[in-house]
Unconditional design. Structure first.
Ligand SMILES: [Zn+2]
Length: 148
């Protein structure tokens, strides 16, 4: 099955987040929408990513893609969502906002990475190009949003 390129790119952002989570379990995830000519994901971490990390993340992504992981959607209640994202402050903020706006809380799980996301995505990572992506940059934005 072939998918629109935006959908492939956005799905790759989830795969990248899953890869980063595996390599750096303490990362706090913000969001990863598709962009005009690629994909990105914002995360918050003490660890300073650099270009030297790209090869390891890309390898992990290729392994994840090879594993034919499915993108499984569930609609959850606020209580359950709060448990799932207890250690993810950005997601917590958004799910409270979505809930206050009366929106359904849609979550997607790909392998060990569960995200608050409306989708859509490819059905399985077998629909993603195993060698058709490359991480090009990381940019550090110093920000302290959750300081008391
Ligand atoms: Zn998504």
């Amino acid at each position: 099955m072939s998918y629109p390129i935006e959908l492939v790119r956005h799905s790759l952002a989830h795969v990248m987040a899953a890869a980063v989570k595996k390599l750096h379990p303490d990362v706090k995830f913000a969001g990863g929408p598709a962009i005009e000519n690629g994909f990105y994901y914002d995360f918050d971490t003490e660890y300073r990513f650099s270009e030297e990390d790209f090869a390891a993340i890309e390898k992990e992504m290729r392994d994840l893609i090879k594993s034919n992981g499915r993108f499984e959607q569930r609609i959850v209640e606020l209580d359950e969502a709060k448990k799932i994202f207890a250690d993810q402050p950005y997601k917590m903020e958004w799910l409270n906002e979505y809930d206050a706006a009366g929106e359904k809380l849609s979550i997607y799980t790909f392998r060990d990475f569960t995200d608050l996301c409306r989708g859509p995505h490819v059905e399985s990572s077998k629909d993603l190009p195993r060698d058709g992506f490359k991480i090009q940059r990381c940019r550090c934005v110093l920000e302290r949003r959750f300081e008391k």
